[in-house]
Ligand binder design. Structure first.
Ligand code: C2O
Ligand code: CU
Ligand code: CU
Length: 480
């Protein structure tokens, strides 16, 4: 598509120019925290050098040939604050092109910001630059590649990292007193130190690896004081695997979803996280000392087309038994137990929508192409604007799944609030950017398009489905 290609060249040239200037940035932003896996902004700015690599990488105590950011899976965690200027000098040392997406951040989708239409060829560099808006909510966001056709492969091979915005939620006293634990949930498939290519069937369904890791480890142990609180910050960075989380004997108190804080904690027995989704939960250390397991329970993500063309995609049941993910171990005891917070934030109601739209998720066989996944009957076309919206307005979108597999629907740039699922009004008012749309169901959400003009995308976050066409372009247009 001409605009995108043109954009790509322009920005590659710009970035080459910047590199040519000898990286002459003032050394005001110290980005090295004591922990090299965490890069923290200072004095209103952060400068990050990030390299995409292919080679031996430590995974679950062994070495495997993976794609990674800086030789680590997950990639380094980047932490910023509202108002920060972000400069990210990216270098692509993969044997193929790639790019970056900052999932869930409310920043421009254009220029050298969160522009997924950029393409960084192998061996090249590009400097990403954007400002985190002053009013950006605190939350758990993430970065990953977004080059159409290669996304599932690159993420499956290891490319994903957390991008955390610190702010109001972190300052709620009860939340600040909790022990913080990040958990990047991600599956892999490794045989003889390599990742074998997916079978065509695996690719169509969405690939699930047999090695399930948390922060690149198998069944890590986390400690919790008796009377203490644990703040678990979860990301599903898998391309296709769902996590249905349950912690032995402990309820989970949800305090934040994709886009940041809820108004108050919401008690859950289990928590389903589809690919791309995040959640923050508090765990109270109010049980007997011992070791408690965090499980992922079996989840059937669609019938896989049973009865349609003879089960074209097979089943997609994934695990058939619970799988341990991590363990919580009580260590130590507090004199006085930490309370749960009463309020965690404000989630203002969105206004009345000026427009309603409907998006139908489906699939079909295309001659010479095999299985494709569609939105309103169409596969992704980078030269087509599918949806035009006005900045400053609220819309209500209905996403209907007429297919045979569940699809987590994701919209870039502007977070939304779910209004109903399967016809039932949503109880929780929460900021989301990815929502599960199960087979034969529809979900409605409201979204206010704000601040940034330009083209962005919406797509299924089973990344194989996105690569197989389930993506559309939305253009944010200025009023008038
Ligand atoms: Cu996490 Cu468009 O993606
Ligand atoms: Cu995204
Ligand atoms: Cu999908």
């Amino acid at each position: 598509m001409t605009t995108a290609k043109h954009d790509r060249r322009t920005f590659l040239a710009m970035s080459a120019g910047l590199v040519g200037l000898g990286l002459g940035f003032p050394a005001r932003a110290q980005t090295r925290a004591p922990d090299a896996d965490v890069l923290v902004s200072r004095g209103g700015a952060i400068e990050v050098d990030l390299e995409a690599r292919f080679g031996p990488t430590r995974l679950a105590g062994r070495s495997a040939r993976l794609f990674s950011y800086g030789g680590r899976v997950p990639g380094p965690r980047i932490e910023v604050r509202p108002g920060d200027e972000v400069t990210l000098r990216f270098r692509n040392n993969l044997p193929e092109p790639t790019n970056l997406h900052f999932h869930g951040l409310h920043v421009p989708p254009t220029g050298n910001a969160d522009n997924i239409f950029l393409e960084i060829p192998e061996g090249e560099r590009l400097t990403y630059r954007f400002k985190i808006p002053e009013n950006h909510p605190a939350g758990t966001f993430w970065y990953h590649p977004h080059l159409h056709g290669l996304v599932a492969k690159q993420v499956f091979l290891g490319m994903a990292g957390l991008f955390v915005v610190r702010g109001e939620l972190d300052e709620v006293p009860e939340v600040a007193a909790a022990r913080e634990q990040f958990a990047v949930l991600k599956d892999f498939e490794v045989a003889g130190g390599r990742v074998p290519p997916p079978s065509p069937m695996e690719f169509v369904r969405g690939r699930e690896g047999s090695l399930v890791t948390v922060n690149g480890e198998v069944e890590p142990e986390w400690s919790l004081e008796q009377g203490g609180l644990l703040r678990l910050r979860l990301l599903n960075a898998s391309t296709a695997r769902f996590y249905r989380l349950k912690l032995d004997d402990h309820p989970l108190y949800l305090i934040a979803t994709d886009g940041g804080a809820l108004e108050e904690p919401y008690e859950l027995d289990e928590l389903l996280l589809a690919p791309g989704e995040r959640a923050e939960v508090l765990v109270r250390g109010d049980r007997k000392p011992g070791r408690y397991t965090l499980w992922t329970l079996p989840y059937n993500r669609g019938n896989g087309g049973m009865g349609m063309g003879g089960g074209m995609m097979g089943g997609a049941r994934g695990d058939t038994r619970p799988r341990p993910l991590a363990h919580l171990v009580y260590r130590g005891k507090r004199k006085t137990a930490l309370p749960l917070p009463e309020r965690t934030g404000r989630v203002p109601e969105l206004g009345v929508p000026v427009r309603r739209r409907r998006f139908v998720l489906g699939h079909s066989m295309r001659p010479g192409r095999g299985m494709v996944f569609t939105i309103n009957g169409q596969v992704f076309n980078p030269g087509r604007i599918d949806t035009r919206v006005r900045l400053g307005t609220v819309e209500e979108w209905e996403i209907a799944n007429m297919g045979v597999l569940d699809h987590p629907f994701h919209l870039h740039t502007n977070p939304f609030q779910i209004v109903s699922r399967g016809g039932r009004p949503e109880r929780l008012r929460a900021w989301k950017d990815t929502v599960l749309v199960p087979v034969n169901r529809s979900v409605r959400f409201r979204v206010r398009f704000e601040d940034f003009a330009g083209n962005a995308v919406y797509h299924c976050h089973i990344l194989e489905h996105e690569d197989l066409g389930m993506m559309g372009i939305v253009r944010f247009e200025e009023e008038g």
